[in-house]
Design a protein around this ligand. Structure first.
Ligand code: ADP
Ligand code: MG
Length: 493
């Protein structure tokens, strides 16, 4: 039975099969120049303006390994707990396609840069360690463009700006068991690469791309099924959709008595389906051999140690520290470590506020709300971390009510002024002076005889009415907690 016949399995059928997934992730290293030559690999420039003799594969041009690319690949390796091999070697992977003028891609094969790593994921309630087989370096290919031109029905176009961009390919063990686990793995990997400053992983610019290997087996079986490899998924949503589709397709096929054919498949982003592209190539199809134009790559201990020292604190350690040192919830710790800039902002705000938990609420609530609404990155926040911390402290010590605090924050965000400047200019200080409040409370009670009687008759809920009247009389500046206490004392006494 061919792979097209059986359609998609229903949920009950899918539930009887266990998915097995391994990801091959390509991460673009953030160097200025290409891996073996001097041209830039910046995104978005006019086609074919970033080429050179090496990229074009001109006769006599020789590759020279970019030291910075190695350094970033080592950082990436350390961030995912890999052992870095002192000796690794580049290899030619031969294939013919217009995006690769040389006729071969320089990659690594039997001596990769790094091996035996892992990262921890959290998928729902489940915490799990995912093995990483290897990390190897390679060059990116160019881009073939099949549509968007008036003559696209006859021709494809080639843009080599990206050809030769430095990549590391990170191959996981087949340890993932659902589409959600695959997405959790990918987002943690992305975070680690960003924090280690190996890559920006901007998926819209193709800086992180993923091939998903998917097979299914009957639950309880200890033998892996035959896998398909879905190529070039460039968003988390597509990774999830493609894997889910593939699981349902393979389950239906096996259920109908068919077999899965090992092949390379393409995901169609408009239909959410996968379709066979070519039979899976074996490694011998590529006629790998050691790259004769490059010497072996030796990473000396000293260099390795120096790179290790450059790696800042990474999200797993940071989350743990935020929970232990600041008493934050796991959830808050996760949100505040989504980018290095967010984490740094939070820590500075917490220090200025003198209260990490309340600072965390303000960063996640008011600040992120305002930044999202304005489409501004936290790096460009008009309210600095120390200034937000100062505002939080003013609210915390009762100089401003929570409500006034939010108003002041909005004005800070709009004007870039500090909280004290705004409070001073607008006379917004919270009234916590009991003498002043006593006077206002007496006036309010004097003109609310009916409500006073109601309260004393047992309808204590009318307290809200009195508080409202006092707040109105003070244009919202009275300390509400104090007003409440004083009202009760006056009414009960
Ligand atoms: P290749 O080099 O041919 O792509 P690899 O053995 O390097 O093959 O494996 C590639 C990826 O496929 C790895 O991420 C691995 O975990 C995954 N993988 C291997 N076997 C299976 C399987 N039966 N089901 C799902 N994924 C698998
Ligand atoms: Mg592969």
């Amino acid at each position: 039975m061919s792979s097209l016949d059986a359609g998609l399995a229903d949920e009950a059928t899918i539930a009887r099969y266990e998915p097995v997934i391994g990801l091959e992730v390509h991460v673009q290293l953030k160097t200025k120049t290409k891996i073996f030559s001097h041209s830039s690999h910046a995104f978005g420039n006019a086609p074919n303006t970033q080429t050179d003799p090496v990229v074009l594969g001109l006769p006599g041009a020789l590759p020279v390994l970019n030291r910075e690319a190695v350094s970033l690949a080592v950082r990436a390796s350390l961030a995912i707990n890999c052992q870095v091999n002192r000796y690794s070697q580049f290899a030619r992977k031969n294939y013919f396609y217009p995006d690769l003028p040389k006729g071969y891609q320089i990659s690594q094969y039997d001596h990769p840069l790094a091996e035996h790593g892992w990262l921890d994921i959290q998928a729902g309630e489940l915490a799990k360690r995912i093995g990483i087989t290897r990390l190897h370096m390679e060059e990116d290919a160019g881009k073939t463009i099949h549509d968007g031109f008036p003559d696209s029905h006859r021709y494809s176009y080639v843009d080599l700006n990206r050809a030769g961009a430095p990549l590391c390919e990170i191959v996981s063990e087949p340890d993932l068991r659902s589409a959600d686990e695959a997405v959790a793995y990918l987002s943690e990997l992305k975070l680690l690469m960003q924090f280690a400053r190996a890559s920006d992983c901007d998926m819209e610019k193709g800086q992180l791309r993923c091939d998903a290997n998917v097979s299914v087996r009957l639950r309880g079986s200890d033998k892996f099924g035959t896998r398909c490899e879905i190529k070039n998924l460039n968003s988390f949503r597509f990774v999830k959709q493609a894997i889910q589709y593939e699981i349902a397709r393979q389950a239906a096929l096996l259920e109908a008595g068919g077999t899965v054919v090992q092949e390379t498949r393409l995901f169609n982003t408009s239909t959410g389906t996968t379709a066979g592209m070519r039979g899976k190539e074996d490694s011998h199809d590529y006629r790998y051999f050691p790259e004769p134009d490059l010497p072996p790559l030796i990473v000396e201990d000293e260099w390795l140690d120096a790179i290790r020292d450059e790696i800042p604190e990474l999200p797993p350690a940071m989350r743990k520290r935020f929970v232990e040192a600041y008493g934050l919830s796991e959830y808050d710790a996760k949100v505040l470590t989504l980018t290095a800039a967010t984490a740094a902002y939070f820590e500075a705000a917490a220090k200025a506020a003198g209260n990490p938990k309340i600072a965390s609420n303000w960063v996640q609530g008011e600040l992120m709300g305002a930044l999202n609404a304005a489409g501004t990155a936290i790096e460009d926040s008009p309210v600095g971390a120390a200034e937000l911390g100062e505002l939080v402290a003013l609210v915390n010590e009762g100089t401003l009510s929570g409500k006034l605090g939010k108003e002041v924050f909005a004005k800070m965000f709009e004007s870039g002024k500090t909280a004290p400047e705004i409070i001073e200019a607008e006379g917004l200080r919270q009234i916590s002076d009991t003498g002043e409040l006593d006077k206002i409370i007496s006036e309010v009670l004097a003109r609310s005889e009916r409500q006073v009687q109601q309260y004393r008759g047992g309808k204590t809920g009318v307290i809200g009415y009195f508080v409202g009247q006092v707040m109105k009389a003070t244009r919202g500046q009275a300390n509400p907690k104090l007003v409440n206490q004083m009202l009760r004392a006056a009414l009960d006494g």
